[in-house]
Write a protein that binds this ligand. Structure first.
Ligand code: SAM
Length: 230
């Protein structure tokens, strides 16, 4: 039996404390250890894939995008730079504060980028595209499916998700485990079966359009772009 409220409270506390320091460094450009460097590179590949998909459609300035679980703004900031209207939110206040600071430094005009501290399941509104990268890893599959259902309800046309696929279970659990050592082991890494995620997307009215897989030594992320099929 899972308890969503407990899981969310644990994840929120983690990303407002030790997790914030760790992931802010990984998602930055300063000195990091070898494993963190590998994860930084892998994560950047995931971002590049998604940004590449959106740019190749050549309509970013016309799009409203919801970046659910935006972290430090690694996706939102370049998308806003490319002209999209972005609503970015995260359950962690510290992550959002950092994202706002980075946006203020990196963007000449932040008027198309709005940040909020919010649990993604509390989000409302309608967006052309909803994106949720590397968030589902923090939740058991049952909870992740509830999140997909909610995110699907916000997406008019497209939902882009990334998750750690269950196929490399031992590898990823072992390797990601190194990021949550000892007493700060406050979040766990959950993998999800692709067919379960795809079935959930189908049930919510979406079909798969583009897919990609990022694999480095310590980072694995399956990326699915799903579009409305009805
Ligand atoms: N999506 C960002 C990226 O790829 O750069 C950040 C990924 S980071 C591994 C996971 C983020 O998800 C953290 O910032 C965390 O606070 C956020 N998060 C976790 N659970 C969340 C929830 N229920 N609602 C909103 N954000 C959440």
């Amino acid at each position: 039996m899972t308890n969503t409220l407990d899981d969310k409270a644990i994840v929120k506390d983690y990303f407002n404390a030790t997790g914030f320091d760790r992931w802010r460094r990984i998602y930055g450009d300063g000195e990091v250890n070898k494993v963190q460097k590998d994860i930084r590179i892998g994560h950047q590949q995931t971002l590049d894939t998604v940004i590449g998909w959106l740019e190749s459609d050549d309509n970013l300035p016309n799009l409203s995008i919801c970046d659910a679980g935006c972290g430090v703004g690694s996706l939102s900031i370049p998308l806003a730079k490319a002209g999209a209207t972005i609503f970015a939110s995260d359950i962690s206040e510290k992550m959002v504060t950092e994202a706002k600071e980075r946006a203020a430094k990196e963007l000449a005009d932040t008027s198309k980028l709005t940040f909020a501290v919010q649990d993604l399941e509390a989000l409302t509104g309608q967006y052309h595209t909803v994106i949720c990268l590397d968030v589902l890893i923090h939740y058991p599959t049952e909870e992740a499916l509830g999140m997909i259902k909610h995110l699907a309800s916000l997406a008019q046309s497209r939902l882009i998700l990334s998750f750690a696929p269950k196929t490399c279970l031992l590898t990823i659990l072992k390797k990601i485990g190194q990021f949550f050592p000892g007493p700060s082991k406050t979040t766990r890494a959950y993998q999800h079966k692709e067919k379960t995620i795809v079935a959930a997307l189908n049930e919510n009215g979406f079909k798969i359009e583009r897919t990609s897989m990022t694999s480095t030594r310590f980072y694995f992320s399956r990326i699915l772009e799903a579009v409305r099929s009805e």
